[in-house]
Design a protein around this ligand. Sequence first.
Ligand SMILES: *Cc1c(COP(=O)(O)O)cnc(C)c1O
Length: 373
Amino acid sequence: MTIQVPFADLYAQYRSIKPEIDAAIESVIRNSAFIRGPYVEKFEQEFAEAVGVRHCVSCANGTDALYIAMHALGVKSGDEVITTAHSWISTSETITQAGGSVVFCDTDATTYTIDPAEIEAKISPRTVGIIPVHLYGQPADMDLIMAIARKNKLWVLEDCAQAHLARYKGRMVGTIGNAASFSFYPGKNLGAMGDAGAVVTNDASLARKMAMFARHGGLIKGQHDIEGTNSRLDGLQAAILSVKLRHLPAWTVRRRLIAEQYGALLHGTRRITLPLVGNKREHVYHLYVVLHEQRDALARHMASRGVQTVINYPRALPFLPAYQYLNHRVEEFPNAYFHQSRILSIPIFPEMTEEQIDFVADCIREFDQGATI
Ligand SMILES: *Cc1c(COP(=O)(O)O)cnc(C)c1O
């Protein structure tokens, strides 16, 4: 038996909430509330409440969220910002965009998140901040990161693009650092039907700076205190996100349940390393990533059986052509380097059927047995 398993199924998600989404879209159109306006304000309030922070500044996407936050934090030429070697390029490219210099740290061996011990080694008199990424939906080790930041008077900007509603020692990610960025790219755990993003913070002055910068340098029409940029969430996306936010807790439970099922179904496989969750961290499984020595052969096997997989990401950031100018060697990032040739993301999305979950696990087991000599 073969069934098709897509990597994600956004249409299935739409079908499950179609009347609510259709009504939301119609309402925005009826009110011609396309830019700013009540739907955007409503979503900003609801999202701040869901995360448990005082301020939410919506913007055009998760990349802008990082850039806007760093601009407001005052990053300037010569400032060094430390981040992880293992992420999507938004995390590091926005450091450069904001005028700073990128300093990469290796990840820890098991969680794929930044290794706090490595951060300490990378701090210089020019370091101004740290951007931990809650990669794949698992929180980074925030206690150690915050302690290092306090000791060295650095800010912390959490990249929460993959980790909506994840928790670290009971605290929601996005509430621990000075500010946090979110992406609502369609495939993220909370996804719009186009581009969208937000920055959140408990710091009123920082929130004001971020909002001002994102809105052409002014919060009152016609008044521009500084030069800013144009980065905004539109009304349609805001209304769609408000609908989806109501379902996010249930979808998150479902993701965690599927991960648990994978764990049980793949228990006892010989060469597959399953995701490991760090102490007191609540993973929200934006991605379910396994490790295998013969990753490419496993991916081909899955494709031949009709199961879509993805590599997140094929090359760690320091080894991308974009960062050739830093002249990094693989020995400097042994964990990120080890992982890049072995990681494979298998399908995980709330609408997955039991049949699909079983089938994906069967395909992996089949490969694990066949590939063992
Ligand atoms: C998706 C993502 C971003 C960027 O979000 P966009 O909305 O696509 O700009 C930033 N960081 C990480 C870790 C991401 O996964």
